[in-house]
Design a protein around this ligand. Structure first.
Ligand SMILES: [Zn+2]
Length: 76
């Protein structure tokens, strides 16, 4: 596993769910972005839902099925 692994959505979702305050959900496309992001990297929306409940819910959705992309940069 020394070279770059493919994105693991379940692992990413678990990481987000463990620290929902570090993330927020784009109101435009439901992507999860880092809490410091000013604009959504996917749709360039500036409207976000930063409530932990929403972030955790969205992380669970992302982890359970192939859906909206999560940007690797924001999860690093
Ligand atoms: Zn978006």
């Amino acid at each position: 596993m020394s070279d770059s692994p493919p994105p693991n959505r379940a692992a990413a979702a678990a990481k987000i769910a463990a620290n929902p305050s570090g993330y927020k959900v784009c109101e435009g496309c439901d992507s999860i972005v880092g809490s410091g992001a000013a604009l959504c990297p996917n749709c360039h929306s500036y409207r976000f839902d930063a409530t932990p409940e929403r972030v955790t819910l969205q992380a669970r959705i992302l982890g359970s099925r192939e859906q909206t992309s999560v940007t690797a940069d924001d999860l690093g």
